[in-house]
Every structure is written in C-alpha cells, then in structure tokens.
Design a protein around this ligand. Structure first.
Ligand SMILES: Cc1cc2nc3c(=O)[nH]c(=O)nc-3n(C[C@H](O)[C@H](O)[C@H](O)COP(=O)(O)OP(=O)(O)OC[C@H]3O[C@@H](n4cnc5c(N)ncnc54)[C@H](O)[C@@H]3O)c2cc1C
Length: 312
C-alpha cells in the first residue's frame, strides 16, 4: 500500500520541470538542525510549476507544506508526509529569488522580491542602494516569504509596515497580487488566504546609506549580545503575551538552563531553546511542555507558541 502510494506520488510529480528529492532529511533545512525526512521535497522552477504542485496536492488530497528557510520550525522526528515545496534553495526557480525595482515615486522606491530571497540578502541590497525601511530586520534569519507569513518583526516594527502588495498563488493554483492593506496582519502571523506566497512588493524610502548601515550594525550588535547565535535554534519559542516578555516569565519560574536530552533553555535568552548537539524534536517538545505548564502553574499565564511544530 505504502509502495503503491509512493509510486503514485512519483508519477504525479514527474509531470513537473522541477527537481524532486524523496526522503530528504529535513534537519538539513531547519535552523534547529532537527527533523525527519520529507516524503517528497520539490524545488519549484517557476510559478507555473508551483501552481501545478498546489493543484496536484488539492486534487489528490496530498498534504502540502511550503518551506522557507526553516528558521521558525520544529519538524517532527518522523518527518513530513506528502509534498514539501522549497522556494528558497539554489535548486528553486530564479523567479523566487529575484529582487527588482518596480517603481519610483518622489521619495518612495518600490521593490519586488521573490519569496525565496534570504532576508539578509534583501537587507544588504537595500543598504547598497540607500533604501531605508528594512533596518529592523537585521539579525532575523529566514526567507522573505517566511517573513511575510510570520509578519516578522523586531524593535517595534513589523514586515507589514513596509509591504505594498503580496503575490500569492491561491488554493486553485492561480496567482494574484493582493494589496497589503487588504490583508489582515497580526503579531507574528497573517491571515493570507492563499497556499503559497510567490513574492511581495516593498515600499521603501530613499535614505542616507551610512545612516542606514549604522542602524543595521547597531541592531545586529544588540541581537549578538542578547541571543545564543552560536547554537542551532528556531528563535523565540513563545510569543510575548501582551506587554509581558515571555523570557521574563520563563526566567521567573526558574526554567533558564533547564534541559531534556539535547534540548536546553538557553542561558543567554530564556525564550530560546537550543540544540546542544543531538536534540530530537521529541526532546524539544517535552521541554516546551514543561516550560508551558510551569509558567501556567506559577503565573496563571498560558504561553502561545511562536515556533511552528509540523510533521507526523
Ligand atoms: C536566531 C533566530 C533569531 C530570530 N529572530 C527573530 C526576530 O527577531 N523576529 C522575528 O519575527 N522572528 C525571528 N526569528 C524567527 C524566524 O526567523 C522568522 O519567523 C522568519 O520570518 C521565518 O522565515 P523562514 O523563511 O525561515 O520560514 P519557515 O520557518 O520556513 O516557515 C515559517 C512558516 O511560514 C510558512 N512559509 C514560509 N515561506 C512561505 C511561502 N513562500 N508561502 C507560504 N508559506 C510560507 C511556512 O509554511 C511556515 O508555516 C528568529 C529565528 C532564529 C533562528
């Protein structure tokens, strides 16, 4: 039965012009360095192929997961059923990794970036071209598409503040450009009713290159001081509940430094769990449960996950 299903999946995906890898270990694709195999990992070559993938998944009722750079993910040890579509690999199409200036209006510059563009590359591009607006993203890993879906933010700013429109491929596989004002964004999330983000247009301002660079360096320095960047992690595990900081709550209940197997609450930042070498997703999940119940018992506050747990 399993073999029949696998052959059927192979057959369906052979219609694409894209690279497909089977049983690809997801720990290679996550910043946590954790995760079992993806049944079929597809690197869409262009929007047409991405549309076909969405169509195949819907018609054949195959689970489809869109992967950015895996910096906000905990993938289960058993991995992911169905199809994982990766837009931010060198094997993915150029259209998902391009940055193009689309318009200039007075002091405003509009940039289209593909969903697979690394946020760090996008930031570098804006610095080099004297464009201000993305300085707050300094030190946030991941892809541009992931940043849009997560409404990534720091220092009181969020991606939504600089978005003009988002190009989605909907559940029927059709592309559409949606004005950002018509999308509902929230703290670390969006209600984008599409299956995949292909790219988005940013609205930036012309600025002074040196000033932009200086702000970016200051922001990076603050991250370096306050985050355990030398160990694999997925950034903040929990969202901040209102104006309270999740790390302060975790610290206050004595969980800083707590560990399960290879997973440890970072001594540097109590809202980060780090993989000290051989952590499994199971270790991380047990630790998350321990933190959540201790915080709830001692403070009455229920912490909500920021990291996305996916898989079998
Ligand atoms: C050291 C460290 C520091 C961090 N600091 C911050 C921070 O300061 N602020 C912050 O906001 N975040 C931070 N993060 C979290 C993370 O970097 C962000 O959430 C990032 O935006 C995730 O992007 P990604 O490409 O890695 O997405 P992934 O982790 O690959 O995916 C995240 C979610 O987005 C979906 N997704 C990704 N791309 C697409 C697409 N093209 N179309 C549809 N769905 C898509 C995935 O299905 C998944 O549900 C940090 C993480 C680390 C490891």
């Amino acid at each position: 039965m399993v073999i029949k299903k696998r052959n059927q999946l192979r057959g369906l995906l052979s219609e694409l012009n894209s690279t497909v890898l089977f049983d690809e270990p997801m720990n290679k694709y996550t910043s946590f360095s954790i995760g079992g195999p993806a049944e079929a990992m597809v690197f869409p070559r262009d929007e047409r192929d991405m549309s076909k993938i969405i169509h195949i998944a819907r018609v054949e009722k195959i689970p489809l997961f869109i992967l950015g750079k895996g910096s906000n993910l905990l993938v289960s040890d058993k991995g992911l059923h169905g199809i994982v579509a990766s837009l931010s690999s060198n094997l993915s199409g150029e259209c998902f990794r391009q940055i193009v200036q689309t318009k200039e209006l007075n002091n405003r510059v509009y940039l289209y970036a593909g969903a697979g563009v690394a946020l760090t590359r996008l930031l570098r591009f804006t610095i080099q071209n004297g464009l201000s607006g993305l300085e707050f993203t300094a030190g946030i890993p991941g892809s541009f598409g992931g940043a849009v879906i997560m409404n990534a933010g720091s220092y009181g700013k969020e991606i939504k503040d600089v978005l003009d429109s988002v190009r989605i491929i909907d559940r029927d596989g059709c592309p559409a450009d949606i004005p950002a004002k018509d999308i509902s964004f929230k703290y670390r999330g969006t209600a984008i009713h599409g299956k995949a983000i292909a790219g988005a247009v940013l609205r930036l301002r012309k600025g002074d290159k040196e000033k932009i660079e200086k702000t970016v360096q200051e922001n990076l320095l603050m991250k370096k001081k306050s985050q355990p960047l030398n160990k694999p992690s997925a950034g903040s595990i929990f969202k901040n509940p209102g104006s309270t900081r999740a790390w302060e709550l975790i610290d206050s209940v004595g969980m800083r430094g707590a560990s399960v197997g290879g997973a440890c609450v970072s001594p540097v930042h109590a809202n980060f769990i780090v993989n000290t070498g051989r952590a499994t997703a199971g270790d991380v999940i047990s630790l998350i449960r321990q933190i959540g119940s201790r915080v709830e018992k001692d403070t009455g506050i229920t912490l909500e996950l920021e990291v996305k747990i996916v898989g079998k």
